[in-house]
Design a protein around this ligand. Structure first.
Ligand code: SF4
Length: 372
């Protein structure tokens, strides 16, 4: 088991890019078993042996001296009780950040892993630390799956749920995120059910429709709303200038949720921006037609933030008004704020974009989706 008490604190990678079997391992991180074995032209009688090799990549012994199965080695980790933020170094010198969040309690405790889909983000939300980086690049499928493997295999975390709420906008890296969900879901490998996976979006409506068009009924959608009206949302979230709140609500209404499940609407409560009583009422009016639960997230100040965290009294009052309007809402428990591991706080500003690296965002997907 990886020794967390002797976690590395320097930036030296633990594995070598020239490790034997590297190509094979990377392929397994990026492929379902069916794809992986088909690529090897495995015949029926070969499958048990292939299955054992494939599973070894995900469940083999964790040896800190030999991280060859993990495409991005862990180079830093910080702990706040059971909450762990860990950093992996990519082959091109960038970093991914992931957060292991303790859930439940006692005998019924487990972990949720918050994964990154990009290094940095192009979306420019003003309350978010990741936005300060800009977009450095999309993560590959292997790099996304590798965060889950790192948490489970090398940090011995009982990860049962995965949320795409780390660095980046998942819909801007749609194909790699969807393939990562397929790999995570594969019962030969990690076997994390789609009902335990949540994809969070800044509100890219074509991405929501494209996700719906996959026909996956058991996938959870979270939408980062954060404002009661277009005027405020456009000020703090540039996406609103192209995908306004009316369009966003139409996309949410068209999303085919499974029975008993609801879209999670995230609302970062920022003092003096979106936390007034009239904002709560306006939000209730906007969101009422959507089958959803509202997750109130007390703002976690990013570095050099112009806003403080909200007071407990203002969080309670905002929720009271929402509830009095008949809206089901929960408060997200603030964890990891001191580690800069809380919602909206991920990102190492010391990373800079190499001048020669092109920025790639998935092309608009509207042509590939069915009409609303
Ligand atoms: S809140 Fe999400 S979409 Fe907005 S800048 Fe941060 S990571 Fe990107």
């Amino acid at each position: 088991m990886y020794n967390m008490m002797q976690a590395p604190t320097n930036d030296a990678p633990h594995n070598s890019a020239s490790s034997p079997g590297k190509t094979l391992d990377l392929c397994a991180f990026a492929s379902t078993f069916e794809e992986w074995s088909a690529a090897r032209a495995a015949r029926q009688h070969d499958l048990p042996a292939h299955r054992a090799v494939y599973r070894e990549v995900f469940f083999g012994a964790a040896d800190p001296q030999n991280f060859r199965d993990c495409p991005n080695p862990i180079v830093r980790e910080t702990h706040d009780g059971e909450l762990v933020k860990f950093v992996q170094r990519t082959h091109d010198g960038l970093e991914t950040e992931s957060v292991i969040i303790p859930m439940g309690g006692g005998q019924r405790s487990w972990k949720t892993l918050c994964v990154s889909s990009q290094v940095g983000c192009a979306r420019g939300c003003t309350f978010c630390e990741t936005a300060q980086l800009g977009l450095l690049r999309n993560l590959s499928t292997a790099e996304i799956v590798g965060q889950v493997v790192a948490a489970r295999r090398f940090l011995a975390a009982d990860v049962r749920n995965v949320v795409f709420m780390g660095m980046g906008e998942p819909m801007d890296n749609f194909d790699n995120v969807v393939q990562a969900v397929r790999v995570l879901n594969d019962t030969v490998g990690l076997s994390i059910a789609r009902g335990r996976i949540t994809i969070s979006t800044v509100g890219r409506t074509d991405g929501i429709r494209r996700l719906a068009a996959l026909g996956w009924r058991r996938i959870n959608l979270a939408v980062s709303l954060n404002a009661p009206n277009d005027e405020i949302r456009s000020q703090i979230m540039p996406i609103n200038r192209t995908d306004n709140m009316a369009a966003l609500r139409d996309a949410m209404l068209a999303f085919p949720g499974r029975r008993g499940a609801a879209i999670m609407v995230e609302y970062v409560l920022i003092p003096g921006v979106n936390d007034a009583t009239e904002h709560a009422r306006e939000l209730a009016g906007y969101i009422r037609p959507v089958r959803c639960s509202v997750n109130i997230i007390p703002y976690n100040p990013r570095k050099d933030s112009p806003w403080p965290a909200p007071s407990e009294a203002s969080v309670s009052e905002f929720m009271r008004v929402l509830q009095s309007e008949g809206i089901f809402c929960k408060r997200r428990v603030t964890k990891g704020r001191d580690l800069m591991a809380a919602c909206g706080q991920l990102g190492n500003r010391e990373l800079t974009r190499p001048k020669s690296r092109p920025i790639q965002i998935s092309a608009p997907v509207s042509a590939a989706i069915s009409s609303p």
